[in-house]
Design a protein around this ligand. Sequence first.
Ligand code: SF4
Ligand code: SF4
Length: 135
Amino acid sequence: MIEIVSATACIACDVCIKVCPTDVFDRGADGIPVIARQSDCQTCFMCEAYCPVDALYVSPVSAPAGPDNPHTDEDAVAGHGLLGGYREMVGWGRGRTSGALKDRNPLLKAVPPLPESRLPAPAPLATTPWNHRSD
Ligand code: SF4
Ligand code: SF4
């Protein structure tokens, strides 16, 4: 769940406000996003992934961390390198290697491209109602 917007790092670009699928943020008077509807957060990490200056922290827990919790303490989160930590992990941002390029999933790489002609014919449509036995 979204927990921190770093006012010192934020450049007021509005990207997080635009990408959030559930409209969690409002734009503050100074341009810094305000977490206005935290309970609507889906913990999708999109805001953090798109923030160009690593100014956001989305906790991996899908419930509010609450006060006096290290996940809401900007100094603690920044001190552990976790402001924008998800973005760093997926390799987004200047000088990073995207997670897609680092993927070594043997299953996906083992599937050869199939030409159209090798695809099986579509299953024939049922001629009787699917929920009735014919016998
Ligand atoms: S984690 Fe997703 S739902 Fe939550 S504030 Fe960020 S973009 Fe919105
Ligand atoms: S994406 Fe980052 S820099 Fe842009 S408004 Fe949101 S927190 Fe600020």
